[in-house]
Design a protein. Structure first.
Length: 72
């Protein structure tokens, strides 16, 4: 299992996560990315538990402001 966390308040909307991991990430009209299926975890934090991190690891590595965390 892996937990993916998006700290949306820090997101600058660069689109890198959606480019490398479109299965889980998409850009939204608010100019920020959206973690598909993510649940609100307080404030502007969104969490998703997945069986395997898959491309979320690449998304986290590609984020210039480190607002994606993947914990296993
Ligand atoms: S890579 Fe980071 S800053 Fe860029 S859109 Fe995704 S979450 Fe936001």
């Amino acid at each position: 299992m892996a937990k993916v966390l998006h700290m949306k308040d820090i997101c600058i909307g660069c689109g890198a996560c959606a480019a490398v991991c479109p299965k889980y990430w998409e850009m939204k009209g608010d100019g920020k990315s959206h973690l598909k299926g993510g649940k609100n975890a307080g404030g502007e934090n969104f969490e998703l538990v997945v069986a395997d991190a898959e491309c979320n690891s690449e998304a986290a590595a590609s984020c210039p402001v480190s607002c994606i965390k993947v914990s296993k």
